[in-house]
Design a binder for this molecule. Structure first.
Ligand SMILES: [Zn+2]
Length: 363
C-alpha cells in the first residue's frame, strides 16, 4: 500500500517574507524574539475580532514561520504523520509581490530546499515556484527539476500574473512534454499582489476596465479564476495540473447556497474545476485549507463518491497556513474520520501517487 501523501505544505520561514508585507515594520518586528512574542500575545487578544487575511498569515508566520529553519519546520510537520509519509513542499517566490525585499532571497530559499531534499529524499518532494516576471524563470525551473530532483512546479497567480500569460506557454510546453506536475493556487484571498499595476498585468478572459486596483484582493482574484486555464488546457490538454484548495471556501459556500445554474452567479470555481476534470485526463484538485471546515466534510464525501472526480481529488493540508484554524493532526484526523478510511486512502495514497507518478515506480 502507498504511504500517506500530503500534497500541499509550506515550510518557508519568516526570512522569506518581504519587509513591507505588513505595515508599521511588523514583519521586521516579528522576526525578533521579543517582537514575535509580543505580537503573538497581541494577536491572541485581537483574535476573535480579527477577520483579515494578512493577520491570518501573520498568526501562521508567528506560530511556525518565525525563528526556525526550513529543516525545523519540515521535521515539525513530519511528526504529525506516520514516518513513511511523503510531503509535497511548495516553495514561494515573493520577490514580485510588490512588498519590498526579504532577508532571504528566493534563490536561497531554493538552495535550502535542495539541501533538505538530499537529507529526506524519500519524504520531501519540493516544487519550484515559477513567476513569469522573473528573468529566465524557465531555466530556474528546469535546473531545479533536472539537476536537483525537484518534483514539480508551483504557480501562484494572485502574486500578479495571469495563468494564460504568453510568457508561461514555454513552461506549459515543458511541463506537458516531460509530464511534470503543476500545482496552482486556486482560492480567493491568501497572499496577493501589493504593488502598482503594470501594462503586462491583464488576462484575456477579462476586459481591462473590469480591473479596479482600488481593491487589490479582487484584482488578484481575477488571476486566480480557473477559467484562465481554459485556453491553456485547450493548447496543452495533457497538462498534469492540480487546482489547490479546489476553488476555496468562499466558492464552496456559494456552491452550497445557490441554485445552479442561475442568472446572477457565474458557475462556482468548484464547478469549473470539476468540468475541467471531466474534459482533461490529468486535471486534479486538492482540499488544502478548504477542508478544515466541518460543514464541507459531507460535500467532500459526496465528491469522493462521484465517478471520475473521486480519482482526481488529493489530500493536502496547507500546513502551516492552516494552523491558525486547526492543528495539523486535527486537520488530517477530522477529515479522515468524517469521510471514511476508503475515501481518505484513495485521496491521500492512490490519487496522490498517480498525480505524482510514484505509482509508475518499480523497485
Ligand atoms: Zn498553500
Amino acid at each position: 500500500m502507498q504511504p500517506i501523501h500530503n500534497t500541499h505544505t509550506h515550510i518557508f520561514t519568516l526570512e522569506s517574507i518581504p519587509n513591507q508585507f505588513l505595515p508599521l515594520g511588523l514583519v521586521r518586528l516579528a522576526r525578533t524574539k521579543v517582537g514575535g512574542a509580543l505580537l503573538g500575545v497581541l494577536l491572541n487578544q485581537l483574535w476573535p475580532f480579527a477577520k483579515n487575511d494578512k493577520l491570518d498569515r501573520l498568526a501562521a508566520f508567528l506560530n511556525i514561520g518565525a525563528l526556525r529553519t526550513q529543516k525545523d519546520i519540515f521535521e515539525f510537520v513530519q511528526k504529525f504523520y506516520p514516518s513513511d509519509s511523503r510531503f509535497v513542499v511548495l516553495s514561494l517566490d515573493l520577490e514580485y509581490l510588490g512588498s519590498g525585499v526579504a532577508p532571504l532571497s528566493y534563490i536561497d530559499q531554493l538552495r535550502q530546499l535542495i539541501q533538505l531534499k538530499y537529507r529526506y529524499p524519500d519524504n520531501l518532494f519540493p516544487f519550484v515556484c515559477a513567476d513569469p516576471r522573473r528573468p529566465r524563470f524557465l531555466e530556474l525551473v528546469t535546473n531545479t527539476i533536472e539537476k536537483h530532483g525537484f518534483t514539480g512546479i508551483k504557480l501562484y497567480p494572485s502574486l500578479g500574473f495571469c495563468p494564460a500569460d504568453g510568457r508561461l506557454m514555454s513552461l506549459y510546453a515543458y511541463a506537458e512534454a516531460h509530464d511534470i506536475p503543476i500545482i496552482t493556487h486556486c482560492s480567493r484571498g491568501g497572499i496577493y499582489f501589493q504593488g502598482e499595476r503594470t501594462s503586462d498585468m491583464h488576462c484575456s478572459t477579462y476586459r481591462p476596465h473590469w480591473w479596479p486596483l482600488t481593491d487589490r484582493k479582487n484584482f488578484a482574484n481575477r488571476f486566480v479564476d480557473p477559467s484562465n486555464y481554459e485556453t491553456v488546457l485547450e493548447r496543452f490538454p495533457n497538462l498534469r495540473i492540480c487546482f489547490a484548495h479546489y476553488g476555496g471556501r468562499q466558492e464552496w459556500n456559494d456552491f452550497l447556497l445557490h441554485p445552479w445554474p442561475n442568472d446572477t452567479h457565474t458557475p462556482s470555481w468548484l464547478s469549473k474545476i470539476n468540468d475541467m476534470m471531466r474534459k482533461y485526463p490529468n486535471v486534479y484538485a486538492d482540499v488544502a485549507f478548504t477542508a478544515f471546515q466541518k460543514r464541507f466534510w459531507p460535500l467532500i464525501k459526496v465528491l469522493m463518491n462521484t465517478e471520475l472526480l473521486q480519482d482526481r481529488i488529493l489530500y493536502g493540508s496547507d500546513f502551516y497556513m492552516v494552523r491558525s484554524s486547526v492543528s495539523e493532526r486535527e486537520f488530517s484526523i477530522n477529515l479522515r474520520g468524517s469521510i471514511g478510511e476508503q475515501e481518505y486512502s484513495r485521496m491521500a495514497r492512490t490519487n496522490a501517487a498517480r498525480f505524482l507518478k510514484f505509482d509508475q515506480e518499480t523497485d
